[in-house]
Structure formats: C-alpha cells, structure tokens
Design a protein around this ligand. Structure first.
Ligand code: GLC
Length: 475
C-alpha cells in the first residue's frame, strides 16, 4: 500500500464496523426514549401524531430557518393539490452569530417583506415554523431550543422558546400579526410532505448541511412523554365521525385514525451519536481536527462525519496533509489549501461526478487556486470518494437501526416502509444515495426500504402540519 492509499484506508469501514455502528445507534435510540435519559441521541417528541390524509384545505404560511437562508412561503391546498409561493432571504453571519433578538428581528423583517410582496399583511394566516435545530417540545406550537447546531450560535436563544421569540419580534415590529400553530423540525416536515404522497412514509431523513432523522414511534414506547396529554381514541373518533358525515370513503380514514392514537413522530437528532465517544474507533485524526475547529466542539460527532457542512472540510484537511507530505500538488502548500471552509461540499459532488473528465476536475481545483497535474486530480477524486462513501455508509447503518426497530416494534418478519428524504447530499451527490441504499439493504435485510425524495419538505410539510394542528385546535 502506498502512502496515499494508507490515508484513504482510514476512511474505510467494513461490514463488522457498520454492524457495530448500527448497534450503537439502536442502543441510544432506545435509551433516548426513557424518561430521565442521558442519551446522546435526544429523541425529541414532536407532538405530530398523524400523517396527512388528503383532506387538508386552505392557505398557510410556512417559515423555514435551518441553514444560511430563511424562506417564507405561502402554501395553498386545494383538492389534493397544492401551490407554493416563496421568497428566499439570506441570513448574514452577523445575525447567525449575533444576539437572538437581532436574529429574530431579522426574521420578522423578512416575513414582513414577504407579506407585503404577497399582499397579505392583514390576513393573519396560520403559520407553520420549520426550525431545523433541536427543540424540546411540550406541545406542537412551542419549543425550547436545546442547543444550536450547524453554523448558528446567536446568544440568548438556547433554553428559550423560539416560537415566543419570533412572536415577540413580530410584536416589536408592530406591523402584522401571525398565528404560529406549529413548530416543526425539517426532518418532520420532510416526512409529512412525503406522507402526503405515500401513506407508507413513516420516516423523514435529512442528508444536507446537517443530518437528521425522524420516525413514527409507538406511543407506549415513549416513556418520556406524559401519556395523559395524548389525544384519546375518543377525541379521534368524534373527529372521525364528523368527517365521515362529509366523506363517504371513510374506510381509508379508519386505519389512519387508529394509528393516530398509537404513534408519535420522534425527532431523533441522530447527529449527536458519538458525543459520548462511541464512534472514536472510526474517527480519524482529520475528523478530530474538524471537530476542534468547529463552533460546537465535541458535539454532533455523527453529523460531522456525514453532512454537507463538514465533508468538504474533511477533504481539505486530507489534501493539506498529503501535500505537506509531498504526495500531492508537488508539495506546494498554498494559502488556499490552508484556508478552512474553502473546499465546499458542492465540490465533492462535482468532482465525483462520472460525467466529469479529469481535465474538468483540474479546472475546478484551479478555480480554487490549486494547480494540479492529472495524477493529482485522480488523488483528489479518490479522497472525495472515500469521505463521501463513509458518510453514506454511516447514514445507512443509522437508518438500518431505525427500520429494524420499527419492524420489531410491529413484530414483523418483514417490513415495507418509505423514507421521505431531503438534502443536497442525497439529491445532488452522484453516489451518496446509491451507497446509502446498498448499506441499508445489507444491514437490514428484513426491511424493504423505498426512498422518496421530498418535494418542498419544509414548506409543504410545515403547512400540512399547521393544517393538521389547526384541525385539532378547532376540535
Ligand atoms: C442539525 C439539526 C437538526 C436538523 C438537521 C438537518 O442536525 O440539529 O435539527 O434536522 O441539522 O437540517
């Protein structure tokens, strides 16, 4: 094995290791459901009990904060169809990392602009707020931020109710009113938007800037929630009876209503796997450096191995090391190569594309100020491949743990289930999805998993949850 191969070998994970990762994920998923859990996987109840049934109607506002952008959307449902209008606003770094008040004032300003643009300032629409960070919820329409993840660290937000913070910012502005009826994680929105198309969809997964997964868990297994606050079967039956009057095709609804009272969607926050050191055997020195230089050191270790915010940075650190050892770029360590964050994950997707000739790889590297030979491009491509393959395999191992858990929950020999999925890594990377699917197939052979890429997960999903939540409020 030559020196480059030795470095690449650090990123290889064999079947046995993947089985171990699956097992560790499973243990922490179970642990996280307990009442006084200290699990690194938070397993946050979402208070979403049911998936949409196609009866959703009306106009909703959907707000989405999770990455570098904030999106404001208007979603209109009509006869099993929907229309969505949106506007994207960038969140400048000074707001992401400034004070909470500044951040939420900025969001209120964006919403105001959107309502102006749509001519809806006086409408007081029900809104679903997709907030893609871990929130401890006690109801569908409130949630305390547990900790910031990804690039955010605005002060005075952790430990506070983010719905309240947004409402306060709207009040300070005193120009419009909003009725925030649901707070939703993006994984949950993704599951809901896909469940609208496919009733077998009971898992939502994000493989993008961050990584996460949610799924429908049996209520009886969620020790940490007060089962007395859960909607009772009778509530649901009353609701069902009302709907039956209006809806002749009631049979489909009966099955759904039964599942309403028995399950709740859990936002796993699986990005926290490994924060207790359980992934240390696969973590390389490059990952350790990425973690050390992040704004949340020691946190989200699984996320740092698997998601878009970090993969490019891992690659850059490997390239830097190979260059320092004279194995790449003729040993020229440029300022570019030393700059954190310069190698964005989108370059991995481009470089690994089979359609791209080596010459084009060289031109991408050149744009990054890296002068490469043909041989260098082969190495760079191999490094990208090793890092993204490991990411997809790890996500596959995690997902295998979840589908097997659901299968065992239901005491089935064989489970057929759909995963609603979103995120640039899944949608744009040329190999991630394939490796993810292969890994799940190998590690959970008794499950037949279909992947459904979500369409507008955070918009349509949030609006659907708002619709369902409002239906409950009105009952
Ligand atoms: C991070 C957040 C999580 C979110 C995920 C994907 O892991 O903590 O809430 O779902 O990113 O955006």
């Amino acid at each position: 094995m030559n020196d480059v191969e030795e470095t690449l070998a650090l990123f290889k994970i064999n079947q046995d290791q993947l089985q171990l990762v699956k097992g560790r994920m499973r243990e922490r998923l179970e642990e996280g459901l307990k009442s006084k859990s200290t699990s690194t996987i938070k397993m946050l109840p979402s208070f979403v009990y049911l998936t949409p049934d196609g009866t959703e109607r009306g106009k909703y506002l959907a707000l989405d904060l999770g990455g570098t952008n904030f999106r404001a959307m208007l979603v209109r449902f009509k006869k099993q169809r929907y229309r969505l209008y949106h506007k994207i606003y960038t969140i400048p770094l000074e707001f992401m990392q400034g004070t909470g008040e500044e951040l939420f004032d900025h969001l209120a300003q964006c919403i105001c602009d959107f309502l102006d643009y749509m001519g809806l300032k006086k409408a007081r629409l029900p809104a679903g707020f997709t907030f893609s960070f871990p929130c401890e919820q006690a109801a569908i329409d409130t949630g305390t931020l547990v900790t910031w993840t990804k690039g955010f660290k605005a002060t005075d937000c952790e430990g506070h109710d983010v719905v309240n913070m947004l409402q306060e910012a709207i009040k300070r502005r005193n120009e419009f009113d909003l009725d925030i009826v649901a707070l939703i994680n993006d994984a949950v929105g993704t599951m809901m938007s896909c469940a609208y198309e496919d009733p077998q969809c009971e898992i939502g997964m994000i493989a993008g800037t961050g990584t996460n997964l949610c799924y429908m868990e049996e209520l009886k297994n969620i020790e940490k929630i007060d089962q007395r606050n859960v909607p009772t079967k009778r509530d649901e039956e009353t609701h069902e009876a009302e709907e039956d009057k209006q809806n002749a095709g009631a049979n489909k609804k009966k099955t759904e209503v039964n599942s309403v009272v028995s399950k709740m969607c859990i936002n796993t926050e699986w990005g926290g796997l490994g924060d207790d050191g359980c992934l240390d055997d696969i973590i390389t020195s490059f990952d350790v450096e990425v973690d050390k230089n992040s704004i949340n050191q020691g946190k989200q270790r699984f996320e740092k191995l698997t998601s878009g915010m970090y993969l490019g940075e891992i690659v850059r650190r490997v390239l830097l090391d190979l260059t320092r050892r004279g194995l790449l770029f003729k040993g020229h360590v440029t300022e570019t190569l030393k700059t954190p964050g310069i190698f964005e994950t989108k370059y991995l997707s481009q470089i690994e594309s089979d359609r791209l000739a080596l010459l084009q790889v060289r031109s991408i590297l050149q744009q990054l100020g890296l002068l490469s030979t043909c041989h260098d491009s082969i190495i760079v491509k191999a490094v990208c491949g090793a890092v993204s393959r490991r990411a997809a395999q790890l996500c596959g191992a995690g997902l295998a743990a979840v589908v097997d858990k659901i299968r065992e929950n239901r005491k089935l020999d064989h489970l057929s289930i759909t995963v609603g999925i979103d995120g640039a890594l899944y949608k744009l990377h040329p190999r991630f999805s394939q490796v993810l699917k292969e890994t799940v197939r190998d590690l959970a052979p008794q499950c037949d998993v279909t992947f459904l890429p979500s369409e507008e997960g955070s918009g349509k999903g949030a609006a659907l949850i708002a619709a369902v939540a409002r239906r409950k409020q009105e009952m």
